[in-house]
Write a protein that binds this ligand. Structure first.
Ligand code: TYD
Length: 215
């Protein structure tokens, strides 16, 4: 089993069912004696949580939305993610930059090239004198069709700004995730999120085990 810091992000359209599996993995890593830092985006620091509240509830154009999520991400990286990785923790992050490419890029149609510029500015880190781009070591993508996700969300709690979007919006978000995965296939584990919760969990476990990160 690896001992160094691990950064794992979890992605998928609203309704894809990430939450219980993130909790399950936190438990599995802790059982192996690892220190786990559970966090989320937008959010994860007091400042970023304030920005989350604004992004999820206030109307704004796509560029404003993109700038706010990257501002939140910058604070989150500096205050939480980088220190945790430096201390060899396992960082389990509910959404990261792929969500920006999927929601602001795919869903809202914001310029992907500009998102890439922001990604490079915000996620640049220095290790041993070299500039690197901080990315998750692994992104677990819960892939679910927009139609099934809409059925699961119907009747759930009060929807936020994104959850209230049309099926067509979520089709574009899902296409945005697929596009991101094709750009970095080695970073992604694509999970078929349409089957039972237990079968989804088995897929999540095998993604971690095949990399030698869980026993
Ligand atoms: P979500 O992660 O689904 O949390 P919860 O299940 O507690 O509501 O909510 C975050 C929402 O923010 C989700 O609809 C996706 C959206 N989002 C963006 O639009 N851009 C981003 O960069 C991120 C991280 C999230």
């Amino acid at each position: 089993m690896t001992k160094g810091g691990l950064f794992i992000s979890f992605e998928g359209i609203d309704g894809a069912g990430k939450s219980t599996h993130i909790e399950g993995l936190a438990h599995a890593f802790r059982e192996q004696g690892r220190v786990v830092r559970l966090t989320r985006e937008p959010g994860g620091t007091p400042l970023a949580e304030k920005l989350r509240d604004i992004v999820l509830n206030d109307g704004m154009d796509a560029m404003t939305e993109a700038l706010l999520v990257f501002a939140a991400r910058r604070d989150h990286l500096r205050q939480v993610i980088e220190p945790a990785l430096a201390a060899d923790a396992v960082v389990l992050c509910d959404r990261f930059t792929d969500a920006t490419f999927a929601y602001q890029g795919g869903g809202r149609g914001f310029d992907l090239a500009l998102l890439s510029v922001l990604e490079e500015m915000v996620q640049e880190i220095q290790i041993a004198g070299a500039n690197l781009l901080r990315q998750p070591h692994l992104t677990i993508w819960f892939d679910l069709s927009a139609e099934v996700a809409a059925q699961r969300l119907a009747g759930a709690r009060m929807p936020d700004k994104f959850e209230a979007q049309s099926v067509e919006f979520f089709r574009r978000v899902a296409a945005g995730y697929l596009h991101r995965m094709k750009e970095s296939p080695g970073r992604f584990a694509r999970i078929d999120a349409q089957c039972t919760r237990e079968m989804v969990w088995q897929q999540v476990l095998s993604a971690l085990r095949s990399r030698g990160w869980l026993a």
